[in-house]
Design a protein around this ligand. Structure first.
Ligand code: SAH
Length: 373
């Protein structure tokens, strides 16, 4: 496979040196470095959202999104029998906009708001600082991962978190699964001897990894994958889900995850979805290392399987359009528009359309709800 040119960055040099020293880099390690390298990782150096950033997320599009999630929080709290105290946990809170909107809305239930502590799980110190500014005065505690969350009944939300977790790609080559790896390609040295990078078929999957895939796609038994089929899986999403479900099992509560992806059976899920985005446009995976966002479609089926194995209950996966419509987003929009100026009306209408229109986010984004009594 031909290599792809790399615009030299401090992080591309680190990655190339690592490969030179230690050999091919598993795709998940490449992705983890691009997004989470402590100094140069994409999420460590900038707020990536908004018109000037690289992408825009639902809470940044319209306040309507956070308002509907606040309704979910209030409904589930009631159904849970109003546990005291209650933790509101957000995983990967970005700029903190979603939590700000939720907090504003649950003000209509003072009995709930006075019981709530907010816990944010965020690995980027830079984004933690921005969240601190957005959420000044709120009872917030930050965590780098979920292992330090206090043991209490919890409502947990995550918008566009799973799509940022590293994935692996396996390729079915000569009747066996092999890992895909990032290598240096000597065919395209650039100025300053800067090598290009490419993705290649690496070694056969170890038996542990093969078992991991086998577990995710139990139904592979009934088919033979086509030669060169690519299968994406995310061990890090699986271990996050395992840990979170263990937490819910211990403490009771619910988890609402919204992300772009699908809930189809794993075996229907061959193909590559890993993509890089720079300034609202897709770009080459290696083009802007550390300066482009990397994401992959979230496979909800394995997450549901893990939740079920942990004794949690999953509601059928809904599209974002179905979920927001059920929560009454159209009625809320109408009410806001009735009291809005012309400019605000336009913003509300276009925001609503972006969130629920099937050609925009409405069908691509899915909503997973996990419950544990
Ligand atoms: N939920 C926000 C931001 C989504 S972007 C919104 O909808 O606008 C992904 C977020 O997850 C960022 O805040 C990023 O820093 C955080 N994140 C990504 N990987 C993480 C990890 N492994 N641990 C903790 N936070 C992570």
């Amino acid at each position: 496979m031909r290599g792809a040119a790399v615009n030299p960055t401090p992080l591309s040099r680190i990655i190339q040196d690592t490969i030179r020293k230690s050999g091919p880099l598993p795709l998940s390690e490449f992705m983890a470095l691009c997004l989470g390298h402590p100094e140069y990782g994409y999420y460590m150096t900038r707020p990536p959202f908004g018109a000037e950033g690289d992408f825009i997320t639902a809470p940044e599009i319209s306040q309507l999104f956070g308002e509907m999630l606040a309704l979910w929080v209030m409904i589930i709290w009631e159904y849970m029998g109003k546990p005291e105290p209650l933790q509101l946990v957000e995983i990967g809170p970005g700029r903190g906009t979603l939590m700000k909107d939720i907090w504003r809305v649950i003000g209509v239930m003072p009995a709930l708001r006075k019981e709530i502590d907010i816990h944010l799980v965020e690995f980027s110190p830079r984004l933690q600082d921005i969240q601190r500014q957005t959420l000044t005065g709120l009872p917030v505690t930050w965590h780098k991962d979920i292992s330090t969350l206090p043991d209490k009944p919890s409502l947990v939300i995550a918008n566009e978190f799973f799509d940022a977790l590293p994935i692996e790609q396996a390729v079915y080559y000569q009747g066996k699964w092999h890992e895909r790896v990032v290598v240096l390609s000597p065919d395209l040295p650039t100025k300053e001897g800067h090598s290009s990078l490419s993705i290649m078929t690496g070694d056969r999957l170890t038996s542990t990894k093969e078992a991991e895939i086998g577990q995710i796609v139990r139904d592979f038994d009934s088919i033979s994958p086509p030669e060169n089929a690519i299968f994406e899986y995310s061990p890090q999403s699986a271990s996050f889900m395992t840990e979170l479900c263990g937490f819910l099992q211990k403490n009771s509560g619910a988890f609402l995850a919204i992300d772009y992806g699908d809930s189809i059976k794993s075996r229907e899920r061959f193909g590559e979805t890993l993509q890089a985005v720079h300034r609202h446009k897709t770009c080459g995976l290696f083009e802007y290392i550390g300066n482009s966002d990397l994401t992959a479609h979230v496979a909800f089926a394995p997450l549901i399987q893990i939740a079920t194995e942990h004794g949690c209950e999953c509601a059928p996966v809904l599209t974002q359009r179905e979920f927001l419509t059920q929560m009454g987003i159209r009625f809320r929009a109408e009410k806001l528009i009735a009291n809005a100026y012309m400019e605000q009306t336009k913003t509300l209408q276009s925001g609503l359309r972006r969130l629920i229109d099937p050609t925009q986010m409405g069908d691509l984004f899915k909503v997973l709800q996990v419950y544990k009594k």
